[in-house]
Design a protein around this ligand. Sequence first.
Ligand code: SF4
Ligand code: SF4
Length: 346
Amino acid sequence: MKFYSCDYVQKFYLKFMDHISNARIQFCCIGVKGKTLPYVPLHDSPIQTLDELTELRRNIVNENKISPKDRQYTDTCASCRFYRLDEWNESDKITDIGLGMYPAPCQSKCCYCSSAHGEQRKKFFHFSKAEHGEYYEKIFETLDYAKKSGWMSTNVFWKVASGEISIHPYKDRITKIINMDAAMWHTNCFIYDDNIAANLIANPKSIVYPSIDCGTPETWQKIRGFDNFAEVKANLVRYSATALHHNQIYLKYIILPGLNDNERDFIGFIELVKSLQATKIEISPDDNKVHSDKNYREKSVKAAAQLFFMLSINSVSSYIGRFHPDTQSKIVSSVRSIVSSLSQTQ
Ligand code: SF4
Ligand code: SF4
């Protein structure tokens, strides 16, 4: 039977993506303006939390099947871009876990990070065990219980994006729970971390996933607020040497018009990609602007197309990720124009 739903619900994703003040679990981290995602609160008892989550999921799927006029569970989903009509299979085990809970510290001051500046930095990066430890304990107890009691798929995939993992106060606890499972490590690579390296060796599906966004130390400093591009590149070389294969280094380039959309940065980035023999490259938008700022979308088309083209002539395939659908098709047209104007001049 075909019905409306999304991968997040059907494949049983678990997302801890919020500030302690909203201690809860949801199936996705997709923002729909002015609407609350379906969620359950984190209870003291892991069984209660997981039972409620299962019930919420059942209610979502049942409501999706009839698509009533007045929606109790799927009001947000109905206006979500990931909600689609399909012939769905339903996983009875958790297959994907997002650890994006805050407060969690990060040293970087990325210019596009909404949590890295001013009052938000205090709210999201200042961790205190006395104040926030209890919330983390509930998460770990829930995850431990889910893992030991067979709630998780043996192929579960973890996405670790709770501040900067290499300085996280619960780094050892988090890496112990993940153990040899496949994980995507959203690290800024300021520090080389032995726990991440051990996981890369333990599981060929594990990935280090930093956002590099430039190819020169000057631009790196402007974006991050730190003059440590050389150390970051050296740490990436170490991860690459440790990993089982080159696909385990996945680099992102967020397009920031006026800052990193120039040839020098593109060339420096491509040199880095080639030195790491990285084969997974994502060209991404600035999430804060991608949907709200038309001017940003217009300006990012040419840069994304040029970077995509330059990577491809260097035999590196890349992926155009998470841009607004209109922008995505404009980027594709722009790449075609570059190719056709070049073939006319030859
Ligand atoms: S808001 Fe979108 S992604 Fe999230 S559960 Fe609903 S349909 Fe899925
Ligand atoms: S590394 Fe990540 S968490 Fe840290 S400031 Fe940059 S975007 Fe924010």
